[in-house]
Design a protein around this ligand. Structure first.
Ligand SMILES: [Fe+2]
Length: 288
């Protein structure tokens, strides 16, 4: 059976000891950032390695600054390739954004300028990255709060052109799309219309925080996923046409493992229902 389907969970530091002590995985798969493992040591590292050996894992990168200009160092690429081989991850993803400039890391996912030059630049970087990796490369759509410079196209057109130009897969973060739709005032379902959904290999789902006084939603990953985001996931899954894996992200205000697994379970129910056949009403049902 393909383990990379259903709803997985991001593996987080507060849960490592508890997860490593289990006899079997409580989730279909985990997601893990190579940056949090490669080059580390100590008991936490041993716990991660035990989990990686036992359970299916998908990798998700945080620091390659795909839209930036900083060259990737040879040893960083070699370590990443080795890690992907060790984990047997089916693909590797990064955000379509930039995170560093001139060697300085911001630790923020900063938006790209929506311009032709920016498309060409990012496509070239993605093709360069793909050539280094032993598995397919995916771009994730990010949440953004302001446009960088004068846009020559919409965010939607920009993202679609980069995917097509790079000929890469798509990690569809459904919460990022929802957050953008609320902050920038567009319809998330209309945004998805005409997008290359056949490129979606994985989805992310997460919670966010609503700041009333600023009329702004921030993609905090610090709360439970709200129903409209789960409904959007369930709406898009049949349109992708394949049971692509969905990953529950939680990065701040992290609950107990039991609470996180209970949330995963409820999202899994919505996931399963999205693929359930529509019941056909019998004659008796019509008579009632
Ligand atoms: Fe995400």
């Amino acid at each position: 059976m393909n383990p990379f389907t259903g709803v997985g969970v991001g593996l987080r530091r507060p849960h490592l000891e508890q997860v490593a002590a289990l006899t079997e995985s409580p989730v279909p798969f985990w997601e893990i950032a190579p940056e949090n493992v490669v080059g580390q040591g100590g008991s936490r590292h041993r716990q991660v390695m035990k989990i990686l050996e036992r359970d299916p894992v998908i990798t998700h990168g945080l620091s390659m600054s795909m839209g930036g200009f900083d060259e990737w160092e040879r040893d960083v690429l070699d370590n990443l390739r080795g890690f992907l081989t060790t984990t047997r991850s089916p693909w590797h993803s990064e955000h379509l954004c930039w995170t560093s400039y001139g060697g300085a890391t911001t630790h923020e996912l900063l938006p790209m300028p929506f311009t032709r030059e920016s498309v060409s630049h990012t496509v070239a970087r993605a093709r360069q990255m793909q050539a280094e990796l032993p598995v397919p490369f995916l771009f994730e759509n990010v949440s953004y709060y302001a446009e960088l410079g004068a846009a020559e196209m919409s965010e939607k057109q920009f993202f679609a052109e980069v995917l097509e130009g790079a000929d890469c897969g798509w990690l569809l973060d459904i919460n990022n799309l929802y957050v953008n739709s609320r902050n920038h005032g567009f319809d998330a379902k209309e945004w998805l219309e005409g997008m290359p959904l056949q490129r979606v290999q994985q989805m992310h789902i997460a919670g966010h925080t609503w700041f009333e006084e600023d009329q702004l939603i921030i993609d905090t990953h610090g709360a439970a996923v709200i129903d409209p985001v789960i409904e959007l996931m369930a709406w898009v899954l049949p349109r992708i046409g394949r049971p692509v894996p969905v990953l529950l992200e939680r990065d701040t205000d992290i609950p107990t493992l039991e609470e996180l697994l209970a949330e995963r379970e409820s999202i899994q129910k919505a996931y399963d229902a999205a693929f359930a056949p529509v019941p056909i009403l019998g004659v008796g049902a019509l008579r009632d």
